[in-house]
Design a protein around this ligand. Structure first.
Ligand SMILES: [Zn+2]
Ligand SMILES: [Zn+2]
Length: 280
């Protein structure tokens, strides 16, 4: 009676063998292995990050070697019976009262040596290739967002699945829109008459201009919310809001008629906006 470790998979049996023999087996790619993921940073425009884009990227990735079809060895010629298992593909070892049996770790159960090393990939089974691939970046991404492109990482070894490609987004700034998550912030200058009398003013949004109502007596720094005019939430239909912060600009000070009106304004409605600060 013995322990059959084959049920635990080849790797656990191999490590038992390695421990018993006190050696580490030479790395051979007998088993299918998933390819590595690849990471890539993409700089996109402010509006492209919001609306999404389709683009092509040039990518260096490992693909299956066309000469040996990814095996790493030429199958025809040079193949011999595995010297470890004598061609059976199974190995058994006695250790005290324990007897281990399982797939031969040297040939991976094939019973044959791999054959002549492929001269194209030098036994790796993979070669480096520059590929031009199409990618679709969804709307609503922002700096730091990761977009996963399935199976565009490195190819797997021995027919294993390919890894994925992860694109990290870096969004460019905008001359007047600021973005925090899905909310958009914009500063809008308004005139003294607009602030005093109230006005309808046109403001830019991500989807064209819109009009907001500024009430009479509006102060600098006052914020107005325009609902659902922000950036889309990635992968969702909902949008954030836009916040408009107004700042009052002075009238033209080098115009004599305007200066006269200002002096008159001071006379007819004297004002001390710093009264609460106890300064006179
Ligand atoms: Zn063998
Ligand atoms: Zn090859």
């Amino acid at each position: 009676e013995g322990f059959d470790f084959s049920g635990f998979g080849t790797s656990s049996f191999s490590s038992v063998f390695e421990n018993i023999f006190g050696t580490t087996a030479q790395r051979t790619y007998q088993r299918a292995e998933r390819g590595e993921d690849l990471r890539y940073t993409m700089k996109v425009g402010f509006m492209d990050a919001i609306h999404g884009l389709k683009t092509r990227i040039k990518l260096t990735r490992m693909v299956a070697c066309p000469t040996c079809s990814g095996a790493g060895y030429m199958q025809k010629g040079g193949q011999q019976a595995c010297p470890v298992c004598g061609g059976s593909g199974r190995s058994t070892i006695q250790r005290g009262s324990m007897r281990f049996s399982g797939t031969c770790p040297s040939c991976g159960g094939t019973g044959r040596t791999p054959g002549q090393e492929c001269s194209m990939c030098h036994g790796h089974g993979l070669i480096q290739k520059i590929e031009l691939i199409s990618v679709r970046i969804p709307g609503g991404v922002n700096t730091g967002s990761k977009v996963r492109i399935p199976a565009k990482g490195n190819a797997g070894r021995m027919g294993g699945p390919s890894g994925d490609l992860f694109i990290t987004i870096e969004s460019a700034p905008h001359p007047f829109f600021k973005r925090e998550g899905s909310n958009i912030y914009v500063k809008i200058p308004i005139t003294v008459p607009e602030a005093t009398l109230g006005a309808k003013i046109e403001v830019p949004t991500l989807s064209g201009n819109t009009t907001i109502k500024v009430p009479p007596g509006t102060k600098s720094g006052q914020k107005f919310r325009i609902r659902a005019k922000g950036a889309p939430l990635a992968g969702k239909k909902a949008r954030g809001d836009q916040f408009v912060e107004v700042s009052i600009v002075p009238p033209p000070f080098n115009d004599e008629r305007t200066r006269e009106l200002m002096r008159e304004l001071e006379k007819i409605s004297p004002q001390n906006p710093r009264k609460k600060m106890a300064i006179h």
